[in-house]
Design a binder for this molecule. Sequence first.
Ligand code: SF4
Length: 95
Amino acid sequence: MNNPARGRARPGRLTLAAERHPAWTDGALCAQADPEDWFPEKGQSTRIAKAICCRCPVKAPCLAYALDRGERFGVWGGLSERERRVLARQRMAAA
Ligand code: SF4
């Protein structure tokens, strides 16, 4: 089954215009990896993506970017969609 998230912007391969291209993406480790790992099919593991994110020097700005934009698909900053939703709810509750 095709994943509708495939082809969407992802941290290491954002396709924004140069003036809107966040500088932190230059350090994205996922730019050198298989994009399929950041958008696994339903029920498939995010383990590979998360292991790479864990070592990524731009993990913090990547996660902040995804949360600010409400990215709904894929692994960003080491967190899955569901984990980002939980974090966003916790932040809203604490505000
Ligand atoms: S934290 Fe993960 S998703 Fe974000 S840029 Fe780094 S490797 Fe890519």
